[in-house]
Design a protein around this ligand. Sequence first.
Ligand SMILES: [Cu+2]
Length: 191
Amino acid sequence: MKHMTCWILLLGSLLLGVTAGCGVRSGRSGGGGGGLAADDDDSAAADDDDSAAADDDDDDSAALEGCAADERVEEYVVGEEKLGDEGLVLFRMGSLAPSPVDVGDNDWQLTLEGVDAGEPLSGCALMATPWMPDHGHGSNNPTAIEGPVAGDYEFTELAFIMPGYWEVTLLADCPGVGGADTLMVTFCIDD
Ligand SMILES: [Cu+2]
């Protein structure tokens, strides 16, 4: 009933150039004219602009925020060796499951080698700290288990709790290499 009244008023107002009181969305285009006729123009224009702009936004955000367009994301290459920040440990990237990573628990295998001797490093404490710098939050902080082959380690519950850009900092504390070493590996999960 209220709706009908409003429509009738709205129809009337289109003729009269008056829309006040019918809950017609006021334009957020910033025009904001005080005149009654201007209000009419605003609401009509705002509706048109909004839908058009919303469509554009969707397209833009896909292009601007997608993983493919995020220059921070490094390609993950199985077998690639990355030197730790302290220059003590070589982190060799192993298999991911799922691959590419996805929201939820991920399995991540890595091999650790000593830089000096080039030998596999056993007995390391290897931890991962996932972090979303864009949102200021992490998820869990899993500890890897050692595999049957010397130097092999595996995370079974590396949790990415939402899509987006993730930085995972590895901390490897291995005996006999002179200290702990760290390495950041980037991942990205599209919506
Ligand atoms: Cu987040």
